[in-house]
Design a protein around this ligand. Sequence first.
Ligand SMILES: [Zn+2]
Ligand SMILES: [Zn+2]
Length: 118
Amino acid sequence: MTRALLRTIRDWRLPLGATVMVYLFVGLLLPLLLVSDLVVALRRAEKRGRVLAMPAIACPQGHPVELVGAFRCPSCHLVAPWVHGFDRCGFCGEIAAAISCACGASVVNPLFEREESS
Ligand SMILES: [Zn+2]
Ligand SMILES: [Zn+2]
């Protein structure tokens, strides 16, 4: 994000004085951006902690689905015993998009994000 911003400013090809002004402005803005990044990271960590503390979740049909146990990683197919179904795979780092209930319905992983944004 920050690097992209600096690159954009360079691509504007402003006169030196104006470039210095823009850099000063960005210099003032940067701490704010870092703080907002930090807040996002903290919120994500807080949400992760909350989700991983759940021992079970209800499927769309209302059945309780155990979240702690043996889960097969969707990417490397490693079956890890005694893990949280919504946590990252300890081997390849893949995160399951959803886990399925015995009734066939799937429970979406609230921690799953299609694109890694940071
Ligand atoms: Zn894996
Ligand atoms: Zn179910």
